[in-house]
Ligand binder design. Structure first.
Ligand SMILES: [Zn+2]
Length: 231
């Protein structure tokens, strides 16, 4: 995700209540949620003044003003992007759920719900979301981990089941590792595992096998929900 890069932008860009623009330099500190703190090195401001004087000398006042304007625009764009990225993912769909994979992923016909498995002796009960090994998996909703397999065994390998307050269950399989254990209470968007190739995915590219079980039902196709939550 680009958030780390954008966080750096957000870190040293001053909020609108200040000058509106801060020089590139040591990142400002985010002071305990109270807002922005200036760069820790007092010399940074003097160094910037010297650099500005040099720019004016080389490019003239008009050229320097244009450069400063462009830089301010770039910072404003970066700040907007950073804020959009840091904002909570828009809750959409019933129950305000979020995408289980926090990375770009792709779906394939072979990974669709109901696809043949083992020469059609059984059907695929979930949806496969192919992405990179180690990609963060997050809780799609607030709930409790009602089942967790921390060891690589069976078809699902390292896996876990999240249950929402309404009884809906979400199964995450083939994980590289679990970050929470059985009984844990989790919040929507909380990282709970990482994408892997455990279980019978050891011969396939890394992916999340994701199942959706409404209360009192067997698995249903989660594709409509995943498409909505992962827009
Ligand atoms: Zn699968």
């Amino acid at each position: 995700m680009p958030s780390r890069h954008l966080d750096q932008w957000a870190g040293w860009a001053a909020p609108p209540s200040r000058a509106g623009w801060a020089p590139p330099g040591p990142p400002g500190r985010l002071a305990g949620g109270l807002g922005w703190a200036p760069p820790g090195r007092p010399g940074a401001w003097r160094a910037w003044a010297v650099a500005l004087a040099l720019l004016v000398g080389v490019f003239g006042p008009a050229g320097t003003a244009a450069m400063v304007r462009d830089a301010k625009k770039a910072v404003a764009r970066a700040r907007q992007a950073a804020q959009a990225d840091l904002a909570p993912r828009r809750p959409s769909g019933a129950g305000g759920r979020v995408c289980p994979v926090r990375a770009a992923f792709r779906l394939t016909p072979g990974g669709a719900f109901g696809a043949c498995r083992d020469r059609c002796t059984r059907r695929h009960k979930g949806l496969d979301l192919f992405t990179h090994q180690g990609a963060p998996l997050v809780a799609v909703t607030d709930g409790r981990i009602v089942n967790a397999s921390p060891s690589d065994r069976g078809l699902g390998g390292i896996s876990l089941t999240l249950q929402a307050a309404d009884g809906t269950r979400f199964y995450y399989a083939h994980n590289q590792r679990n970050l929470v254990g059985r009984g844990a209470r989790v919040r929507r968007g909380q990282p709970i595992a990482a994408v892997g190739r455990t279980g019978n995915a050891r011969t396939t590219p890394a992916h999340l096998h994701f199942e959706l079980r409404p209360p009192g039902h067997g698995p249903v196709d989660p594709a409509p929900q995943v498409r909505r939550w992962c827009r």
